[in-house]
Design a protein around this ligand. Structure first.
Ligand SMILES: Cc1cc2nc3c(=O)[nH]c(=O)nc-3n(C[C@H](O)[C@H](O)[C@H](O)COP(=O)(O)OP(=O)(O)OC[C@H]3O[C@@H](n4cnc5c(N)ncnc54)[C@H](O)[C@@H]3O)c2cc1C
Length: 338
């Protein structure tokens, strides 16, 4: 077991924030994870679980142990004419798993190309993009119960997936370390190109009968053109979730703002793009000190180099307040504050 002391978390979060953790350990096996948990238990330390750090916002030094889950491996555990069931370890890069599936012609997650981070975090918020969510292909996951030390299996129902939501953000919060995720992919895939600019991008390339590889490439091209690269400007993608409001409230707002985009949400609610709301409040491209909302994508809050986590949180609060004042809508962070 390798436990380091006073480690800067700068390389471990895509916001590019420098905060120190009292202890740090990279773990590559279940045995190592259990040893680290013993260390944490003996010293009564808090635990911060890290994948790629692309959905966290650090706001202070961490007075506990940060564990970076590096479990590696992908295996086919079942296959028939229609489907292939793939199990991937938590530390695998999500995008590498997507490419692996796409190269093999297995469809289902090509629309989730280029989402940063690791496989183990994907179920946490049921990652989604371009009309597809993890839950659409999800079979099960295995997670270590931190308290009992038992590895438990969760099927789709047990994960209670919702929009940017799972059991692990609710009742199961802080109780488990996800070890692996099992997905069912289609060997005779049908593509889903009706969301965002996928169809437009494909038709500009003259592609009329796209393969999953074409869709993956289109998603990569769109994302690369419109989202800031965290290697160049610190960010964690969408800072807020798209709010879901009662349909009658959406209709009232639509009378005042006829251009307001709306989509069907969960349980009969109406989903409004948070980016649009933020843009209407004048935040797009606005720089305040070292932070601000990105010039091409108001929903992405960025670190221009030397912001602190606290400044970013304060900026997020200002954005929330102005959306509430103008539209009467509460927008909630998607990013996990630490
Ligand atoms: C440029 C950019 C674009 C993005 N686009 C999208 C998008 O289109 N759709 C989308 O859904 N998300 C998107 N995201 C957010 C992010 O990439 C995803 O949420 C991703 O799944 C986070 O993975 P991670 O490994 O970086 O998680 P981390 O940020 O390391 O962790 C996120 C949360 O999960 C917990 N966690 C991590 N690993 C484990 C584990 N093994 N067991 C238990 N808990 C764990 C952490 O404690 C934390 O609470 C984007 C981020 C960026 C920077």
């Amino acid at each position: 077991m390798n436990i380091q002391e006073n480690v800067d978390l700068l390389p471990y979060n895509t916001f590019g924030l420098s905060y120190f953790t009292k202890y740090f350990s990279e773990v590559s096996s279940l045995e190592e994870i259990k040893n680290v948990l013993n260390f944490v238990r003996e010293r009564k330390l808090d635990l911060l679980i890290l994948g790629g750090g692309s959905n966290i916002l650090l706001t202070k030094d961490f007075d506990g142990l940060a564990i970076k889950v590096c479990l590696q491996g992908k295996e086919i555990i079942e296959e028939n004419e229609e489907h292939v069931i793939v199990k991937a370890s938590a530390g695998e890069l999500w995008h590498s798993l997507v490419l692996f599936c796409v190269e093999n012609g297995w469809g289902g997650i090509e629309n989730l190309s280029l989402i940063p981070g690791c496989v183990g975090a994907a179920p946490m918020q049921n990652i989604g993009a371009y009309g597809v969510e993890l839950k659409d292909v999800f079979v099960s996951l295995e997670a270590l119960n931190k308290k009992t030390g038992v590895v438990e299996s969760f099927d789709r129902n047990a994960c209670d997936f919702g929009y940017r939501w799972s059991y692990f953000k609710g009742v199961g919060k802080d109780k488990y370390i996800i070890l692996n995720v099992t997905l069912s992919l289609a060997k005779k895939p049908t593509v889903n190109i009706h969301y965002g600019a996928i169809m437009e991008t494909l038709s500009l390339q003259g592609i009329t009968q796209p393969t999953i590889k074409d869709v993956s490439n289109a998603v990569i091209a769109i994302r690369s053109s419109k989202l800031p690269d965290p290697k160049k400007i610190g960010n964690a993608g969408s800072f807020f979730k798209n709010p879901e409001i009662p349909a009658n409230k959406a209709l009232q707002l639509k009378e005042i703002y006829p251009n307001m985009p709306t989509y069907p949400g969960q349980n009969g609610l109406t989903k409004i793009p948070a980016g649009w709301l933020i843009e209407q409040c004048g935040w797009k491209g606005k720089i305040i000190g070292q932070t601000g909302c990105h010039k091409d994508q108001a929903l992405v809050i960025v670190n221009y180099g030397h912001a602190t986590g606290v400044e970013i949180v304060e900026h997020a609060h200002q954005v929330q307040r102005s959306v509430k004042e103008k539209f009467g809508i509460e927008i909630e962070p998607e990013v996990n504050l630490v």
